[in-house]
Design a binder for this molecule. Structure first.
Ligand code: SAM
Ligand code: DTB
Ligand code: SF4
Length: 349
């Protein structure tokens, strides 16, 4: 078991590539890369064995077992030029969503204060942009500074970023940038055509180079195969270093989007996905993200047992619903799960 200490604010947990992989007895790499076959082998374990392995990993890397609470705010809603087949904010789909302008600073800070008062650790600002313009970056940096001054961790998800834009956000105090790979490279083509997989990798690399922590995950339940889910997780786990934060979204099928009629993923397959993410990225915060309302309490409880240790907290995601904060507090209390203390990060030594 490793020692941990809780310290103020160095948010980047990973120091070297050697630090990335743990040795287990299931063909998991001691160093180097995960193959898709190795990740598929994890998926194929008997559920009890997979859960045990995930719990052992979770316990050794997060001995406190606390759950991080992250609150989302859509600072610029709708009207997006991209064609992501799942997204209610894409202008080309008729989803009943009214496009709005970028929110003002005061409104954002009011929402951040409310999130902090409700016990949130992190405030994540999302914009329905393909990429921000430089004048947008100026406005968002003011928001970041204001949210940071409230003592919250800051995160933003604004689309593709150039290197200089990433640097400007980092200098304003942005702790995390969220940019998802979303799925495996081969399935990606059937979901999004207006931006490539490599564009996403380039943004993630710009975020890293600017010194911010990476929040990167994706969506399951879009019709991908298990092999494609495994390829998606292998790709995340092989990022060097892998992301500090890994949001796993369950597709929220929204009327008007091409994926509106998609059949939901088997809930146990969702639990397996969380367990495999935990084992393959042992130090990451694995976040139960979109789709929690549809999962129900028992499946969420299994996800926490499988190593999820972060949630989106507050009744709204970006444009769709999320469980009420009170309901989540009750669920965590009932499961005996503590919440992460504000503004602290675990660092493995
Ligand atoms: N526009 C920026 C971008 O695409 O990077 C930031 C916001 S975008 C809404 C952030 C992420 O939300 C997407 O990458 C996707 O993983 C997730 N998302 C969007 N719509 C979703 C849905 N209907 N169900 C599940 N996840 C969704
Ligand atoms: C992420 O992976 N999930 C969040 C966050 N990053 C920005 C967004 C979920 C959005 C779900 C659909 C909506 O509410 O619009
Ligand atoms: Fe636009 Fe982001 Fe939605 Fe894609 S996921 S349509 S880029 S807001």
């Amino acid at each position: 078991m490793q020692d941990t200490q809780t310290v103020e604010k160095p948010l980047t947990q990973f120091k070297s590539k050697a630090d990335l992989h743990q040795d287990t007895n299931i063909g998991v790499p001691v160093s180097g890369e995960w193959s898709v076959a190795q990740v598929e082998a994890l998926f194929a374990l008997p559920l009890n064995e997979l859960m045990l392995k995930a719990q052992e990993t979770h316990k050794s890397y997060f001995p406190d077992g606390d759950v991080e609470l992250a609150t989302l705010l859509s600072i610029k809603t709708g009207g997006c030029p991209e064609d992501c087949a799942y997204c209610p904010q894409a202008a080309r789909y008729d989803t009943d969503l009214k496009a709005e302008k970028l929110m003002g600073l005061e409104e954002v800070l009011e929402a951040a204060k409310a999130a902090k008062a409700a016990g949130s650790n992190r405030f994540c600002m999302g914009a329905a942009w393909r990429e921000p313009k430089d004048r947008d970056i100026e406005k968002v940096t003011a928001m970041i500074k204001g949210v940071k001054a409230l003592g919250l961790e800051t995160c933003a998800t604004l689309g593709m970023l150039e290197a200089d834009q990433a640097l400007a956000l980092q200098e304003a105090g942005l702790d995390f940038y969220n940019h998802n790979l979303d799925t495996s490279e081969d399935f990606y083509r059937s979901v999004i055509s207006t931006r490539g997989y490599q564009d996403r990798l380039d943004t993630i690399s710009n975020v890293r180079a600017a010194g911010m922590s990476v929040c990167c995950g994706g969506i399951v339940g879009m019709g991908e195969s298990r092999q494609q889910r495994a390829a998606f997780l292998a790709r995340l786990a092989n990022l060097s270093p892998y992301p500090e934060s890994v949001p796993i979204n369950h597709l929220v099928p929204v009327a008007g989007t091409p994926l509106a009629e998609q059949k939901p993923l088997d809930p146990l397959e969702f639990v397996r996905t969380i367990a495999v993410a935990r084992i393959s990225m042992p130090k990451a915060r694995v976040r139960l993200s979109a789709g929690r309302q549809e999962l129900g309490r028992a499946v969420q409880a299994m996800c926490f047992m499988a190593g999820a240790n972060s949630i989106f907290y507050g009744e709204q995601l970006l444009t769709t619903g999320n469980p009420e904060a009170e309901q989540d507090r009750e669920l965590l209390a009932e499961l005996g799960l503590k919440t992460k203390q504000s503004c602290k990060a675990e660092v493995l030594v």
